[in-house]
Design a protein around this ligand. Sequence first.
Ligand code: 5AD
Ligand code: SF4
Length: 421
Amino acid sequence: MNEYDSERIAGRLEGLGFIAGTDIFSSDLVVLNTCSVRAKPEQKTASLLGKLRRNRDKTGLPQAVGVMGCMAQDKGAELIKRFKNVDFVLGTDRIERLNDLIKEIGGGKKFIDTAQGGEFFVEQFGRKKGVTAKITIMKGCNNFCSYCIVPYVRGRETCRNKADIISEAERLIESGVKDITLLGQNVNSYISEDGRSFPDLLAETAAISKGVRIRFVTSHPKDFNERLAEVIKEHKNICPLIHIPLQSGSDRILKVMNRGYTADSYLDKLRKAAEITPSLRFSTDIIVGFPGESEADFLKTAEVFREVEYETAYIFNYSPRSGTRAYKLPDEIPLKEKTRRLEYLLSIQEEITEKRYKAALGETVQVLAESVSKKDPFQLSGRTEYNRVVNFKAEKASPGDMVKVRITEVKKNTLSGRSDY
Ligand code: 5AD
Ligand code: SF4
């Protein structure tokens, strides 16, 4: 979601005549699109703002600085007070304000706008289209998982009109896009203007996107049903990878997290889905060290984690977020212990990935070419339907082509091969 917003911000700035730079310290304007889901990204933003201020004081070069995204939404005026070099703060629903504001910055005037809601705003002009693109289908979240700040900073769930989503997909395809990701915090609770659910939207998008890959993130387990697996089975261009965060494998912790499912009901849904569509694979998010997570709770997470054999897993140390319900619970698990648990799960994931990679050796996979190496025009890079990066040699391929690649080499985190015409 943040990446998508960064594209929207960059697209808008380019539309206003700015040219993307590579060195933020010498740029006339720096816009930081921020994340506040955990403490770490917030600390990174604070440290970067400090560095920019020190650099400006040293060089004396004028530089305008804007903070946008979730941290801007959450902290608002506090950012202007704390960082004297910040000229404007715009909340997550205020990207379009860049237009009128940009002419007025500089000269010491400060701007803050963190109002939320209003129309479902989507860019009419974007950046140069590449091979892949994202389409936002909904914003906000109503789930209020007890650890999560998203419902507070992104607001309540709002679904975009299906007709608008479909016409955006058509426009993207016309411009040459070959891989579209439908985005939402919880796509499975999508409802269109005519009362259709997410599997209907997915089926309709896939049907108008012949030859184009369709992906979607994120699926909340409580709203996940078999219809989705059926739709994936019926449409060859929908990638059979479902990002379905488990968060914890302990029912006790899941309850305090307010997730609305148990480990068994989660596993049951995944099993049924895989029975319908055997090619399905899953990816996940896990939080370790949630308040009160005992060793026994953690081992339950590890058990489910092992059983599913995720394609990819994002594992996080619990990070207390002010304003959430879990914030009131003591964050008593020491960082060292959280990290031990995190590393344990990572080591399981590494084993699984290694096993998958070894099995892939000698196989032929469909890779959508996304880029060409600057040094060698016959060396390309792309992704499989399971979102695995593959580097490959091909004589006749260019970005946007679907290429059959035979995997000839497997390294720790990369698959390499050559085109198999
Ligand atoms: N601490 C750690 N991880 C968190 N996430 C959300 N909030 C927190 C938090 N307070 C993780 C969840 C979510 C992912 C986007 O970020 O795993 O799925
Ligand atoms: Fe946060 Fe839960 Fe909503 Fe995901 S579903 S954004 S974890 S509140």
